[in-house]
Write a protein of this length. Structure first.
Length: 244
């Protein structure tokens, strides 16, 4: 088990906060942490400086990400155009390396074939495991998983699950991640649109059912997007353990 610590793109200041929180999680709570590391707009010396600090504080696990390109394409001025380049640099530094996977394709990706090719390139660069972007339809994940296997991808792929807690949150995820909505979720959104409390409860139950189905199908692992909402995280944990 681990707790992942996110990082916004845009320099060493935000990464320093990520490193500090990852260290605190391990030291205070004794839980393994996974520090997100973005490379867009970064120079190699900046990345290696951040790696040195992570190593010094005993943070051994990194989720390697490109990060969102700032407006005006300013991010292209750095030393990294693709996250596979970051992964290759991390490979020789003694870290356990995670990378992102996109069951419905990255929002900038043009086809399923290209999406799987990018995943394979991350594996070849030296990734140890994958964590998927959130999805609301397990059938989408199973299709993606089979495509990855057919391409020769043999690393663990952890399924990313985010419970819905408001209509606006779901709409934001659709816009940001191009996540599709199955009919069952659309019905829940319409049914509880005027009741935030019931919406949150229904969202937790829906996500719990997703996880139960994934576990029954032998998924490699679950990554829960808590979004800094401890109450929802607690409810999810209780549901999952009650159903095991």
């Amino acid at each position: 088990d681990f707790i992942s610590v996110t990082c916004g793109a845009g320099g060493t200041g935000k990464q320093a906060k990520t490193t500090d929180i990852a260290y605190l999680i391990q030291q205070k709570y004794g839980i393994t942490s996974l520090a997100h590391l973005t490379c867009v707009g970064s120079k190699k010396d900046e990345i290696y400086e951040q790696l040195g600090r992570l190593r010094l504080l005993g943070v051994e696990n990194i989720l390697a990400l490109r990060g969102d390109i700032p407006s005006g394409d300013a991010g292209l001025s750095g030393d990294y155009l693709y996250v596979k380049q970051l992964i290759a640099d991390l490979r020789g530094e003694g870290f356990c390396i995670g990378a992102a996977a996109y069951p419905e394709g990255h929002i900038d990706c043009e086809s399923d074939e290209l999406n799987i090719r990018h995943l394979y390139e991350k594996q070849q660069a030296g990734a140890d495991f994958f964590i998927t972007q959130l999805f609301f339809d397990n059938a989408v994940f199973y299709r993606f998983y089979e495509m990855a296997l057919a391409k020769g991808i043999n690393l663990p792929i952890m399924a990313g699950i985010m419970p819905m807690y408001s209509r606006s949150q779901v709409e934001k995820m659709i816009f940001m991640c191009a996540a599709s909505l199955p009919s069952a979720m659309i019905k829940l959104l319409n049914k509880y649109k005027d009741s935030p409390k019931d919406m949150m409860k229904a969202g937790v139950e829906y996500a719990s059912e997703q996880i139960s189905d994934l576990l029954a199908h032998g998924v490699d692992g679950i990554h829960f997007y808590a979004m800094n909402k401890p109450d929802i995280a607690r409810m999810m944990a209780e549901n999952i353990y009650a159903n095991r």
